[in-house]
Design a protein around this ligand. Structure first.
Ligand SMILES: NC(=O)c1ccc[n+]([C@@H]2O[C@H](COP(=O)([O-])OP(=O)(O)OC[C@H]3O[C@@H](n4cnc5c(N)ncnc54)[C@H](OP(=O)(O)O)[C@@H]3O)[C@@H](O)[C@H]2O)c1
Length: 338
């Protein structure tokens, strides 16, 4: 098999291709010939050495793949060789062959391409856990989605619209037309505007019911200030820690340090809720994730959701794919193809 390896921490140039023997599936596992692998911002952070979960280099990152099953271990039911599946991986996804526990693989609707399927797991599971489970979004509520043009942002917009919520999104200005066409009613160019002030104007001073914030640093405190009574906010990232192609300890440290803590008395007296989410720590929670993934695949099959793939890159051009994300060009998910 071929894999894209992070040889050491640093700029996208640290990626190297390597060949290795194909893995053999053990009992309960399936082997997948990968056609497409999703890229997540966590992979960028891992490359920079800013992602605490990631093993040390040399390292193959990647949380999700789509392809065809080509070998099946003992005791696996429900899958046959040749089945098209999408699967969750915990690292190792930037490969043209992966082995996963069969419980981490799912058949996907035939209308979807492999690249679209690889764009599903992390984005839609994160967005669904944040909006439907944690924030328990109800029809008519207002949601503020930061980083609305990213993979999670677009999935969250679709899920919020499915619940008939009003969406306010923050993104750089050149993404606004596309995001409006995806159903975002109010867009804020966070690079120029005072976001809390704009949100106050849009909501006539009331604030928003639900906020999804993966930016971190000063953004968490600002988001908290924008919550309406009974508002809920989900924190799920620290994009603010990665401002360049190389690691900058000072930026990373100040983003972490400025990620405010929340005073319990303020939460009580203001009737607000704050959640933290890391979907990568839930891969083993089959009882929680499987029904959610099946619900999402059902909605995708019924065409009520549709992954947006910004661009695909061949696996060996993974460095360009990371540069594309870090230069903020993507509207939607960036996917590697084999
Ligand atoms: N905790 C979890 O379970 C979980 C799961 C998935 C994702 N996440 C987090 O959610 C966030 C979005 O992930 P994603 O995969 O959807 O992102 P993505 O598709 O890679 O989005 C990249 C976009 O993020 C915006 N951005 C904001 N700060 C940035 C920075 N410092 N450097 C580069 N781009 C920046 C840019 O859009 P603009 O042009 O609008 O600035 C850029 O186009 C990340 O923080 C990620 O770690 C967390």
């Amino acid at each position: 098999m071929r894999q894209a390896v992070i040889s050491r921490y640093g700029s996208p140039d640290v990626f190297q291709m390597r060949e290795a023997a194909d893995p053999t599936p053990a009992a309960g596992e399936v082997r997948i010939r990968v056609r497409a692998a999703g890229i997540n911002f966590a992979d960028v952070l891992s490359r920079l050495g800013l992602y605490p979960d990631a093993p040390k280099p040399p390292l193959v990152v990647g949380y999700e793949v789509a392809g065809r099953i080509d070998a099946i271990g003992a005791d696996v039911t429900g899958f046959a060789e040749g089945d098209r599946v999408v699967a969750l991986t915990r690292f190792g996804g930037y490969s043209d062959v992966v082995v996963v526990a069969s419980g981490q693989a799912f058949h996907f609707p035939p209308e979807l391409s492999d690249a679209e399927a690889a764009a599903i797991p992390v984005t839609y599971l994160t967005a669904a856990l944040a909006l439907y489970r944690m924030a328990a979004l109800t029809p008519g509520e207002t949601v503020l989605i930061h980083n609305a043009g990213g993979g999670v942002g677009i999935a969250a917009t679709q899920l919020a619209r499915l619940r008939r919520a009003t969406v306010i999104g923050t993104a750089s200005a050149r993404k606004h037309d596309a995001l409006r066409s995806f159903g975002i009613e109010h867009l804020i160019d966070y690079t120029n505007a005072n976001v809390p002030e704009e949100v106050r104007k849009i909501t006539r001073g009331r604030g928003v019911d639900v906020i999804l914030d993966p930016i971190g640093g000063p953004s968490f405190g600002a988001s908290y200030s924008m919550l309406a009574p009974l508002g809920r906010m989900v924190m799920f990232g620290l994009s603010a820690a990665a401002t360049g192609e190389r690691r900058n300890w000072w930026t990373a440290f100040s983003a972490w340090r400025r990620s405010s803590s929340f005073d319990p008395l303020s939460l009580i007296n203001r009737n607000r809720g704050v959640f933290g989410l890391n979907v990568g720590h839930l891969w083993e929670e089959r009882g929680q994730l499987t029904p959610l993934m099946e619900m999402l695949l059902g909605e995708l099959g019924a065409c009520r959701l549709r992954p947006v793939v910004a661009k695909t890159f061949p696996l060996e051009q993974v460095a360009d794919a990371h540069r594309y994300i870090q230069s903020r060009q993507n509207i939607g998910k960036v996917v590697l193809t084999t």
